[in-house]
Design a protein around this ligand. Structure first.
Ligand code: AMP
Length: 402
């Protein structure tokens, strides 16, 4: 079964055509700068063939047209007929309290995604555009929505409620939802495989450290707490997002600097985090390079980043009454030995110790703990697209059985 996995953002569409039997991508790519006449599609085939196409791609529907054209093209394509795409799996960021798992897209599901526009204005509208585009170009092919929030739907009320009037939860559904669910779920299951243990017998802490960062406590395979909250702004320090802070800070800054809602939102989401503290970059590679050149603010940003992850590891170990393994994933988690070392340093009292040599080697997937470490520590490359493809397959199989 070939599954087209789509991740539609405001100005980009990322995709992979995954063969679910081999679990490999036949082709992967992206359309960047959607909404402009200088949009660029990049398609990379599994044999390494790469093509770039530029064009007037003013809407997501046109982006899907371009993607299908390249997948079907004689010289650079991987299929000869649209029917060789057997299902489409859409990443949908916010499922709210409505969606606790992946679902076949129907009119009712579309209404549910739309109902969550209010709490995910930056994501859900674009995700829905991708769905409508596929309904236009891939008629009669089942489409499935896979939600970033779904894996976290079993977080208990004591972990998801905020300390504000309960009526705000009842009326507006203000609570912790959590994000990056497919990534946390994928690496947790992979860690259980590596440990050769049933995930139902494990306490895991998964740290997804990319442009966005979140960390999750997974007890017996269930997400019981996670650092992102009502929106993907809460928790760890990120590339440009602040993560945790006293909510009064923003009220104070708004009054001092005369910021309106949109400006305050931009400050917290686009000008904070690594970028805001270092003044150098939102990219951890550049922050580390500057830090190594003696830039003090870059070092400060690095230290805040690692310290906050360390603090969450301690609190999640306490929340679960122990921890069997910590897993690093995402662009930073997978590629930065410095960050992993900065996080795990001095956690021997929790039974965690990193092997410096293995930590620094270039292996993609690896156990980086020493023989003495009571807690396993893994680096596991995430594969959200594969997870979306597998969940899409499950939904399609279940409807075929009915
Ligand atoms: P992601 O959102 O998972 O694609 O992660 C992207 C981020 O990973 C980039 O912004 C970089 O900060 C980070 N990254 C990628 N490679 C490295 C590396 N070798 N060292 C440190 N950070 C890296």
């Amino acid at each position: 079964m070939n599954i087209l996995v789509l991740n539609c953002g405001s100005s980009s569409v990322k995709y992979q055509l995954i063969n679910e039997d081999t679990k490999l991508a036949l082709a992967r790519g992206s359309v960047e700068r959607v909404g402009t006449s200088g949009a660029i599609l990049t398609n990379v085939r599994s044999d390494g063939d790469e093509i770039k196409v530029t064009g007037d791609i003013l809407e997501h529907t046109t982006a899907i047209e371009y993607i299908l054209a390249v997948l079907l093209s004689k010289n650079h394509g991987v299929i000869t007929n649209k029917n060789e795409i057997h299902a489409v799996g859409h990443r949908v960021v916010h499922g709210g309290e409505t969606f606790t798992g992946s679902v076949l897209i129907t009119d009712e599901v579309i209404k549910g995604i739309r109902d969550n526009f209010d709490i995910a204005p930056l994501h859900n509208p674009h995700n829905l555009r991708g769905i409508h585009a596929c309904q236009t170009h891939l008629t009669n092919i089942p489409q499935v929505a896979v939600f970033d929030t779904a894996f976290h739907h079993e977080i208990p009320p004591h972990a998801y409620l905020y300390g504000i009037p309960y009526s705000l939860y009842s009326q507006y559904k203000i609570r912790r939802y959590g994000f990056h669910g497919t990534s946390h779920e994928y690496v947790a299951h992979r860690a259980a495989e590596l440990l050769r243990k049933d995930i139902k017998k494990l306490k895991l802490i998964t740290a997804h450290l990319g442009n966005g960062c979140s960390i999750t406590a997974i007890d017996k395979g269930i997400s019981v707490d996670t650092s992102m909250g009502f929106t993907p702004l809460e928790g760890l320090l990120m590339g440009t997002r602040s993560g945790d802070m006293d909510p009064s800070v923003i009220l104070y800054v708004m009054s001092k600097e005369g910021l309106n809602y949109a400006e305050a939102n931009t400050l917290l989401n686009k000008h904070s985090g690594l970028q805001g503290i270092s003044g150098v970059s939102n990219d951890m590679r550049e922050v580390i390079a500057e830090m190594n050149d003696g830039n003090k603010r870059a070092k400060l940003a690095f230290d805040v980043f690692c310290y906050r992850i360390k603090k969450y590891i301690g609190s999640y170990a306490a929340a679960m009454g122990g921890v069997d393994a910590v897993i690093f994933t995402g662009g930073i988690g997978e590629n930065s030995p410095d960050v992993r070392k900065g996080v795990i340093d001095n956690l021997q009292f929790l039974g965690m110790e990193i092997d410096k040599t293995v930590n620094a080697n270039k292996d993609k997937e690896k156990a980086i703990h020493t023989n003495k470490s009571e807690v396993s520590i893994f680096v596991i490359p995430t594969n959200e697209e594969l997870m979306i493809a597998l969940q899409t397959k499950e939904v399609v199989k279940s409807i075929k059985k009915k």
